[in-house]
Write a protein that binds this ligand. Structure first.
Ligand SMILES: [Zn+2]
Length: 120
């Protein structure tokens, strides 16, 4: 799925055979990432001063720390991401993006099938 797909006309499935749409649905369901490993938000790097007066950061740039920024219940949340958790977080964010794209296409396929009155 590329960003181009999202910019196509809303009724992009109109000329596609129903059988093909149903096959695409099966493919998409199989391509879903592990739903128990999804995370929403974005990673940001902050430069934090540790506070030790003799540390190089006292006069220069602070230590780079990774944070997960996310938005829940009307508030931005900032969570420190330890180095050992970075890959887990990155994978969770990727899985979320992929799942979103898949859900979006699946619902669009189902909408087209609704219009054709073909639910099976
Ligand atoms: Zn320091």
């Amino acid at each position: 799925m590329t960003t181009n797909d999202k910019k196509q006309a809303p009724r992009r499935f109109k000329s596609v055979a129903s059988q093909e749409l149903k096959e695409r649905k099966l493919q998409l369901v199989k391509a879903l990432p592990p739903m128990n490993h999804i995370l929403r938000g974005s990673l940001i790097t902050r430069h934090v001063k540790c506070g030790k007066p003799t540390c190089h950061c006292a006069t220069g740039v602070g230590h780079a720390s990774l944070y997960l920024s996310s938005f829940y219940h009307g508030k931005t949340q900032m969570d420190y991401v330890p180095a050992a958790w970075e890959q887990w977080v990155r994978t969770g964010l990727e899985n979320y993006e992929v799942a979103q794209d898949i859900l979006s296409e699946l619902t669009e396929l189902n909408l087209e099938l609704l219009r054709r009155r073909e639910n099976e």
